[in-house]
Design a protein around this ligand. Structure first.
Ligand SMILES: *[C@@H]1O[C@H](CO)[C@@H](O)[C@H](O)[C@H]1NC(C)=O
Ligand SMILES: *[C@@H]1O[C@H](CO)[C@@H](O)[C@H](O)[C@H]1NC(C)=O
Ligand SMILES: *[C@@H]1O[C@H](CO)[C@@H](O)[C@H](O)[C@H]1NC(C)=O
Ligand SMILES: *[C@@H]1O[C@H](CO)[C@@H](O)[C@H](O)[C@H]1NC(C)=O
Ligand SMILES: CC(=O)N[C@H]1CO[C@H](CO)[C@@H](O)[C@@H]1O
Length: 834
């Protein structure tokens, strides 16, 4: 490290042997074209070693090409505000500035707006268009606070014209300051960007001809950099506010200038301070069993618009070459796999490097950038870094039409096929799933239909069904707007008042709380040093901010200030289902209530499995994770273990499994292969808990009774299920309802996943069981002989009183296609989980 320190010119001749360091002495960048205008001012002004020419001075006047403009001075400038903000030029008619261009090439155009008020003009009521060389950059533009706009564009004309057009008869426009200057050569390289598309990565052609608008410029892991310390007079802001999970990252820095290389980035691409600071993986919280990324979510306003994302890298964390390999993701695309900075930068540490990506913004409202561990790195060296990032919107880029066009095709295909044949729908699902392995799927919106691949069975070609799946608009991946300040949580819980504790678990304490807006919430506060740590916390935020569903407990927000890990959920008045079954003295639930609770829970789980195309496995289904609201409406909770992969890691065995023993899929145990059928098994245990009102494991009972599933299944097989049901239900369950219930539970608890029904099947059966209870319908004789009866299609086709027609249709058609669907799903899920 020491040899790279070159603080004083006097010692350079002695110690400076490395060629790269000579770079230091090279002169600062001087643009060929360089126009800096202080609009509305009759004097020149120096700002950050640059002189801004007043456009009311003799030299300045020459740039203004129209009459009908007024120079305005802020009568009450706030102390310390930029001198550029103290005057403005106001346009009451179409007016322009023109600047002679000496050198063809990329230029930067910057416009400063500060809406002060004077006697005659209140600038925040201005409304106008701005165009540059005929390209509209701002339309119907108005300014409520200080606004800075920067555009990067190619100029090949002799003159650059900036045109201001007031809107309406009384409208006017204004500007406080203008900068137009040449960018360094190769600032934007025509074919230098990786174009991320659902079909793969391509080279983006014609980048230099795009007009780019700077949206974000961030010095990752470092301080704000002001124009004074940047050779292109840029401002870089810190990244902390954009980090989705602060504790995933740890700042790194190194002193001295970086080793600029010909092949890499120059100081004009980004200044020293950007490259000499970074965020790296917080390895304090890291384990191989629970890997995570660092993710930034940068707000972007438009969806389906191409953006240039320029990422800056400089390996300031390694002690030797080739220690650092990591993956880069952008909006869930794998943007760069196994990035090895040592090899891309001519084998030198601390050598600046940048990579340009072109990507469409999606409708999440955020550009999501992640760096994360590569599979190649050993545990010892595992790391990932980012030093800086810029996001620029392509103002004249190809818009969303192409993309949304192709989506529409899918919807159309989906709805047509839906009416034709279920097999085609299955195919579509598979295609989509495959497509989604390239580009991660978008979660469904909250209100979308609970979609089952079999929904089309009844000849239902309702296009909405397909739309809900394919044209889904996602919530942001990990929505920073869900962040809640720690102080707010202290307020809500009366500073974690012990009397408000409503539960505790492996994770920590759960408190009841009330937010300032009177929303009741449950606050789950991670215990310091809890075994169930950061990965679970992160998973839960990711899963829950992606998906919202009436039967999944929703996340109100989270807090990770002061190394706290706090999750805030909607409050569920009646608490866990378990308390209403046994052990708490609460009034006993009727059979109908119990069935309704199970139906709601099955809906929630079915949605988890199939709703987002990717499939989410809950992994910890049990009666304590089914919560009831004031109307006994059930919702599934606790997604901390969801989809963390197939292996039973240490953490899981010692915390998760202990609490959930008795619910665990035996196949998962044996083969360590997690599928959605593991949730079905656990749900089968919940069915028995509900029926028998006793815990899944009760060590106080005699040996054959300890394990609820084993014990009850013995009675079920003997056809004597009614002997072991909750005494409160004795004589209250109609025999058909009970019989079907027993069969359903038995199928859920099948030894092998493939023999178990899907959550959708279970849901259908529960609805049917409820109907048997309500109407007392007699079972058709043929049903009893049909083992496949439980695998019927969509609940949509169930008439109030099931007729033999429907049954037969189901019996005929299900066998093949339904099993196929399930197998495909579990395969996809299994692979995805690895
Ligand atoms: C700039 O480019 C234009 C069009 O490509 C060309 O006509 C013009 O001569 C160029 N000007 C200079 C100064 O190179
Ligand atoms: C420029 O950078 C130096 C060193 O990083 C810092 O001390 C100084 O305050 C900066 N100046 C401005 C105007 O930001
Ligand atoms: C990192 O993020 C990407 C994209 O969201 C995801 O595919 C990948 O699994 C993540 N890696 C880890 C270790 O979480
Ligand atoms: C998005 O639009 C809002 C209002 O139009 C504006 O305040 C905000 O700065 C914009 N954000 C970005 C990243 O452009
Ligand atoms: C969950 C966990 O282990 N969090 C730790 C992450 O690392 C920071 C220090 O870098 C600790 O303060 C957190 O407790």
């Amino acid at each position: 490290m020491g040899k790279k320190k070159l603080p004083f010119l006097s010692i350079i001749p002695l110690f400076l042997l490395q060629f790269s360091s000579l770079h230091l002495l090279s002169v600062a960048f001087t643009p060929s074209d360089n126009y800096l205008i202080n609009c509305g001012s009759n004097a020149n002004t120096d700002v950050d070693t640059r002189q801004f020419v007043g456009d009311s001075t003799d030299t300045g006047k020459g740039f203004l090409s129209a009459s009908g403009s007024i120079s305005l001075t802020d009568p009450n400038p706030s102390p310390g505000s930029s001198p550029l903000y103290q005057t403005a030029r106001v346009f009451t008619r179409v007016s322009s500035y023109e600047f002679g261009i000496r050198k063809n090439g990329t230029h930067l155009v910057r416009l400063h707006f500060f809406p002060f008020s004077s006697q005659n003009y209140v600038l925040n009521s201005a409304n106008f268009h701005v165009s540059v060389d005929g390209y509209s950059l701002l339309s119907d533009f108005s300014v409520k606070t200080a606004v800075f706009k920067e555009y990067i564009l190619m100029v090949t004309r002799e003159k650059l014209e900036i045109l201001f057009t007031p809107v309406g008869k009384w409208g006017f426009g204004f500007v406080n300051s203008i900068e137009v200057f040449s960018a360094p050569d190769d600032f934007i390289v025509d074919e230098g960007a990786r174009f991320l598309k659902p079909t793969g990565i391509e080279v983006y052609n014609g980048l230099s001809l795009q007009i780019l608008e700077t949206v974000h410029r961030i010095n990752v892991g470092g301080q704000k950099i002001t124009p004074f310390n940047d050779s292109l007079w840029r401002t870089w802001i810190p990244d902390a506010d954009f980090l989705v999970l602060k504790s995933a990252a740890k700042p790194a820095s190194r002193s001295g200038p970086p080793n600029y290389q010909k092949e890499g980035a120059s100081r004009e691409i980004a200044p020293d301070n950007v490259y000499m600071t970074a965020q790296q993986l917080n390895r304090d919280n890291y384990s191989l069993a629970a890997k995570f990324n660092i993710t930034w979510a940068l707000p972007v306003n438009s969806s389906g618009v191409k953006h240039l994302v320029r990422m800056h890298f400089c390996d300031i964390v390694s002690t030797a070459l080739n220690q650092l390999y990591f993956n880069v993701y952008l909006n869930d695309y794998s943007a760069y796999k196994e990035l090895d900075l040592s090899s891309v930068t001519v084998h030198m540490l601390a050598a600046p490097y940048y990579i340009d990506f072109v990507v469409d913004s999606d409708d999440s409202g955020f550009m999501r950038i992640s760096v994360g561990p590569s599979d190649l790195s050993t545990n010892l060296r595992i790391n990932a870094i980012l030093n800086g990032v810029e996001v620029m919107k392509m103002v004249n880029g190809v818009s969303s039409t192409l993309q949304s066009g192709s989506k529409k095709v899918w919807v159309l295909v989906g709805s047509v096929l839906g009416g034709v044949s279920a097999i085609c729908v299955v195919l579509l699902v598979v295609l989509l799933a495959l497509k989604c392995r390239k580009r991660k799927p978008k979660p469904k919106p909250a209100e979308s239909v609970e979609w089952s691949p079999m929904a089309a069975y009844g000849g239902n070609s309702d296009s909405k069904v397909s739309e809900g799946t394919i044209n889904a608009s996602p919530g942001p991946n990990m929505n920073p707007s869900l962040k809640i300040p720690f102080a707010e949580i202290q307020f809500a819980t009366n500073n974690f008042d012990k009397s408000l504790v409503i539960g505790s678990g492996g994770f920590g304490m759960v408190y009841k709380g009330v937010l300032r807006d009177h929303t009741k919430v449950a606050v789950k506060r991670g215990a310091r040093g809890s075994r169930q740590g950061l990965p679970e916390f992160q998973t839960e935020i990711m899963v829950l901010s992606k998906i919202r569903h009436r039967h999944l407990v929703s996340l109100v927000g989270y807090c990770e200030e002061q190394s706290e890990m706090i999750l805030v959920y909607e409050y569920m008045e009646k608490g866990p289902l378990k308390n209403h079954l046994y052990g708490s003295g609460l009034p006993s639930l009727s059979w109908k209530q119990r069935l309704e609770i199970l139906i709601c829970s099955a809906r929630g789980l079915h949605y988890l499995h199939t709703g987002s195309a990717q499939g989410i496995i809950h992994r910890d289904v049990k009666s304590t994770n089914i919560l009831l609201d004031e109307n006994y409406l059930a919702k599934v909770a606790d997604f901390g273990l969801s989809r963390l992969g197939p292996c039973l890691d240490e953490t899981h065995v010692s915390t998760g499994v202990k609490g959930s023993f008795g619910y665990l899929d035996p196949e998962y145990f044996r083969r360590q292969q997690l599928t959605d059928k593991s949730d079905v098994y656990s749900f089968g245990v919940v069915l028995l808990e509900v029926l028998c009102a006793r815990p899944a494991i009760d060590p106080l009972l005699s040996r054959e009774q300890v394990n609820l599933a084993e014990w009850v299944m013995q009675w079920q097989k003997k056809g004597l299920l009614e002997k072991v049901i909750d005494p409160q239900l004795m004589g209250k369950i109609k025999p058909n309802s009970l019989k079907k219930f027993g069969e359903t539970a038995e199928k859920c608890l099948a030894e092998y996943g493939v023999d178990r029904p899907t959550m959708g099947d279970v849901l259908w059966n529960l609805e049917y069981i409820l109907q048997l209870q309500e109407t007392g319908t007699q079972r058709e004789p043929h049903e009893d002989s049909t083992t496949n009866a439980s695998m019927l299609p969509s609940p949509r086709v169930v008439p109030r009183v099931p007729s033999s027609n429907v049954r037969i249709e189901g019996d005929n058609s299900d066998g093949g296609s339904d099993i196929t669907t399930s197998q495909i799903f579990s395969q996809l899920i299994t692979n995805e989980g690895r």
